[in-house]
Write a protein that binds this ligand. Structure first.
Ligand code: HEC
Length: 149
């Protein structure tokens, strides 16, 4: 024979379990998926300082100081990626300017980064230099038009 008490206890326990399940369901409900539109973090100066400037310095230094070992070539490949991707980042969100020179010089930085990466993978300092020459025109042309000093 089963007493009334355990029955009530079982019912209460079942109720509690159901409530716990509901609570857990509410807790684990997926948030609405976020839009995959890129959202800029830094402004143009911050992109220049964090990415474009150190990357371009590394690429320019190859002429007088070519990488001597695998580690420095790897660092150069990383800088080539930084340079090219910084060009891409100038083309998104509020950083992008509706202007031909902005677009063209940003795209040239992307191109110079890709060229530098290819040359660095081949451990070819002359190729990295060519990429550097392409890049320097882009810096100057964009600054002439858009850097208000
Ligand atoms: C698409 C345009 C564009 C390109 C390409 C570009 N820059 Fe800039 N850069 C700017 C603008 C705009 C500013 C000024 C931002 C401001 O003051 O609001 C700037 C600022 C700078 C600054 C000043 C940062 C500071 O401390 O205030 C340096 C240094 C710089 N750029 C270096 C470079 C180099 C090196 C390259 C090429 C490898 C380059 N930039 C390519 C647009 C560009």
């Amino acid at each position: 024979m089963v007493s009334a008490f355990p029955k009530a206890a079982r019912a209460a326990a079942a109720g509690f379990a159901a409530a716990a399940l509901l609570f857990a369901a509410a807790q684990t409900e997926e948030p609405a998926p976020r839009s995959a539109v890129p959202k800029p973090v830094g402004d143009v100066t911050e992109i220049m300082k964090a990415m474009t400037v150190p990357a371009s310095n590394a690429i320019w230094s190859v002429g007088r100081n070519p990488p001597a070992d695998a580690k420095t070539w790897e660092a150069l490949r990383n800088n080539a990626v930084l340079l090219g991707e910084s060009g891409n980042l100038l083309l998104i969100g509020g950083r992008a300017k509706d202007d031909e020179i902005w677009r063209e010089t940003s795209l040239t930085m992307v191109e110079a980064g890709a060229l530098a990466l290819k040359a660095a993978k081949a451990e070819n300092p002359d190729g990295v230099n060519d990429a550097g020459n392409l890049m320097v025109d882009a810096c100057e042309t964009c600054h002439e038009r858009h850097w208000r000093r």
